[in-house]
Design a protein around this ligand. Sequence first.
Ligand SMILES: [Zn+2]
Length: 238
Amino acid sequence: MEEISVSGMVLKSIQYREKDKLIHIFTVELGLITAILKGVSNNNAKLKYASQPFCFGKFELVKNKEFFTVKNVELIDSFFDVTQDYNVFALCNSMLEVCHIILKPGIISEELFLILIKSLDNIFYKNIPANLAVLKFHLEFLRLIGYQLNFDSCDSCGLKFVGDIKFNFDTGTFRCANCSNGKLISKLEFTVLKNISSTPFDRLHTIKFNSDCIDACLNLILKNISFRLNTKIKSINV
Ligand SMILES: [Zn+2]
């Protein structure tokens, strides 16, 4: 048996046996791991908070062969407010969901972890609207998995964008109106996506776009991510 300490966030929690829970933790050091939290189904269990998604902390684990048992958790933030508004919760959950899909044991991405924390921080401590912060997260997520959007030129003919622009869901790319396939998107949506893409996380407060337009862009990006990951994003209806 080996004792280790990792920083991480709970992505998912599953009832296990009568009183235990299995938690999936996105750790900085080990990627995605599954650990058992013993006795947390009791109402007064000491580590009950660690069975909640979004629990961010330092996890002290005991490793026995391939199994991890949580010994203690030093809470950094529970992002408790995440459950106060259903819409905000669904948006935030979409970030945990895509992390869970992409992460496998042994896949380590400190950068993904960082953008997840930065996005939650933007929503709960910096007053950034949740749809904007989550859209920024998903744009960065696309970049991290190698599918950064190209806002400069058409993916089909290679020419720089001048007139109307289409988004092709079959390839997850923008193309000009003259090239075949794709759905026309509004100039505003294209501008919003381009702007948010190039704005750093700590400058999102400078973005002032209409909330409906941000929702429409988020919709487009989530459809694109669903296509890239070949799965349906369940947290939000797109
Ligand atoms: Zn073209």
